[in-house]
Design a protein around this ligand. Structure first.
Ligand code: ZN
Ligand code: ZN
Length: 597
């Protein structure tokens, strides 16, 4: 794994050994200025470290009480004064021993501790105005270059991330090259808070979590509709592609895991139980059992490829402290599949698979990006097998006209792979799909065979792949991506009929029944409430369409159509609403089209 900016800062030397970008240099320089401002306002505070991080920077300080929001405002104001003073960042070198004495004298124990851990004779110090810091650099030339920055929050953080160490106070900030970029970033942060799937999941009655089952969601009726619609979408695609669906047991004897190697390498992540004196485990993945299905009968070259899909309900023993909403869970449902093919079929299978992935994500307006990971140093299989598999992945990517990154050496020990990230509406990346070629693990451990044209038994190649990744995580991503305003085909309630008063209830019922008859998920709001209240309530619930009905509508056989955005589309004949709505749902369109033409 690449060394993080934080790790590098804990091993400072006199060399410029990192590869800083202008933006990370700016952010890191801003952290120095923040430390300077903190020391000016709170001279008793001790300074620890202040690296640049993704989208910003932080600095850790030793201080008895936490910083308040008012403290952050004062600190930011002093930072602006320092920026205005346009102080140069001045570098000087000194022997390490001298630097230790220097910081000891200034009463900075964390700097002394860092210096004691450095394996270098000389170190560098940077000074701007009255503030000196131990640092490898680089920095901007002077504090006048800091124009666009903002302090965001403060929280406790253990020194060096170790809970046995003292708790420090960390202040997070962000810095950008232009005001526009900063505004964009602040908007994204605010949007991300509003879109948090844990919050929306509760507000929209999609799912909930209870202490009795950490890391496992309770799916509520509305959330179950999302789940079912995604399953339906996936099954339709897979049926078209010639997959065969299987379902394998969740509770499995440990003998299987010994054969697959999971018992040796993955035991700590598995939930174990004793049943009639034998050890069983809840499956953490579906691969070994898919191999059992393959082995049921003697396979010939003519039977391949075999594509077994499975909505696999898996359990992994994640530490309770790491569980996060639907994104990090203990129980999840993979949209898994294992494809068993002959080596000469690999390219066609991978090409079809990438085509499927590309089409799949169009439906959700998510931008996929692809990363090819090639042979690692420690690996099983022959060089010829690896050459063929890597070439097939390359060719399949090119054949689909896809741009991709390469991670040399990042493959599994049993084969190369492609990982697929998607970018959501806020520009955030999420790892979802994976396509892993398996040259040896399942084929060798489970002695998989097919009889080839020459009458000899051969080993098939296996492909492990998931496209959503897991339904749970993907629903979490979609909830944030759409901010809970799901496209009509996914929306738990697709339309609500709103009578303006009791008098028009009969007509409202007729409209409601027409929608229900074509299986549109429609509700009738028959509460004795004002129309304005009913409209607001439907908007809060993010119902795509509101069909308002009163005297004129009843007379003309129309509805007054509104979108959840607040847009009023006026009178539309009921029959047209019904036909346009069913067409929009059937086509799984992501925008609201009814009443537009
Ligand atoms: Zn620095
Ligand atoms: Zn697998």
């Amino acid at each position: 794994m690449a060394e993080s900016e934080e790790d590098r800062h804990l091993k400072l030397t006199g060399e410029f050994d990192c590869d800083p970008t202008p933006l990370s240099t700016l952010r890191h320089s801003t952290s120095h200025v923040m430390a300077q401002a903190v020391k000016r306002l709170f001279p008793e505070v001790k300074v620890a470290i202040g690296p640049a991080i993704e989208d910003g920077f932080y600095y850790d300080f030793a201080r008895g009480e936490p910083f308040t929001p008012e403290d952050l405002v004062r600190i930011e104001n002093v930072m602006r004064e320092i920026a205005k003073a346009n102080l140069p960042f001045e570098r000087r070198e000194m022997p390490r021993a001298e630097a230790i004495a220097f910081f000891r004298e200034r009463g900075e124990p964390y700097k002394v501790e860092i210096l004691e851990g450095i394996d270098a004779d000389r170190v560098s110090l940077y000074t701007q105005g009255d503030f000196v810091d131990l640092c490898r650099g680089p920095h901007v030339r002077s504090t006048g270059e800091l124009k666009v920055f903002k302090l965001l929050s403060s929280s406790g953080a253990y020194w060096r991330g170790d809970e046995k160490n003292p708790m420090l106070q960390r202040i997070y900030g962000t810095a950008w090259l232009t005001q526009e970029e900063l505004d964009q970033h602040l908007w994204r942060l605010e949007e991300a808070r509003k879109r948090d799937h844990r919050k929306l999941g509760r507000e929209l009655d999609l799912f909930d979590f209870y202490d009795i089952a950490p890391g496992a969601p309770f799916w509520l009726p509305n959330g179950m509709i999302l789940f079912r619609e995604l399953e339906k979408f996936a099954r339709e695609r897979l049926d078209e592609q010639g997959y065969q669906e299987i379902s394998t047991p969740m509770l499995v004897n440990k003998k299987l895991w010994e054969q697959s190697g999971h018992w040796e390498h993955y035991q700590d992540n598995m939930f174990k139980l004793e049943v009639e004196g034998e050890i069983f485990s809840l499956k953490p993945m579906n691969c070994p059992e898919a191999s059992y299905v393959y082995r049921r009968s003697l396979r010939s070259y003519r039977d391949l490829p075999l594509r077994f899909s499975e909505m696999g309900r898996d359990h992994r023993n994640e530490r309770s402290g790491t569980l996060t909403g639907l994104v990090r869970v203990r129980q999840f449902t993979q949209d898994d599949a294992h494809i068993f093919c002959r080596p000469d079929q690999l390219l066609d299978e991978l090409t079809a698979l990438l085509d499927l992935v590309r089409e799949w994500y169009k439906t959700f307006d998510l931008q996929p990006s692809y990363k090819l990971s090639t042979r690692p140093e420690k690996r099983l299989g022959t060089e010829v097998q690896w050459d063929n598999a890597e070439n097939a992945l390359h060719e399949a990517l090119r054949g689909n006209g896809l741009a991709f990154d390469v991670d040399p050496g990042g493959g599994n020990f049993y084969g190369p792979k492609i990982d697929i990230d998607v970018r959501d509406a806020l520009g955030r990346g999420w790892q979802v799909a994976t396509i892993q070629v398996d040259l040896t693990m399942l084929p060798e451990r489970f002695a998989l065979e097919y009889i080839d044209t020459d009458g000899q038994p051969k080993r098939p190649v296996a492909i492990h792949r998931a496209i959503f990744g897991s339904y749970e995580r993907f629903i979490g991503i979609l909830t944030e991506h759409y901010a809970g305003a799901f496209p009509t085909w996914l929306a738990p309630v697709q339309a609500r009929v709103l009578p303006v008063s009791e008098k028009f209830m009969d007509y409202a019922r007729t409209v409601h029944l027409k929608l229900r008859a074509v299986r549109v998920r429609a509700e009738l709001d028959d509460r004795n409430e004002k129309l304005g209240y009913k409209i607001r309530d439907a908007q809060v619930r993010k119902v795509p369409y509101m069909l308002v009905v009163g005297g004129r509508e009843a007379e003309q056989g129309t509805v007054s159509l509104r979108h959840r955005s607040g847009e009023d589309l006026g009178a539309v004949p009921v029959d047209r609403v019904v036909s346009d709505l069913t067409a929009e749902i059937a086509a799984r369109l992501s925008s609201l089209t009814v009443g537009r033409s």
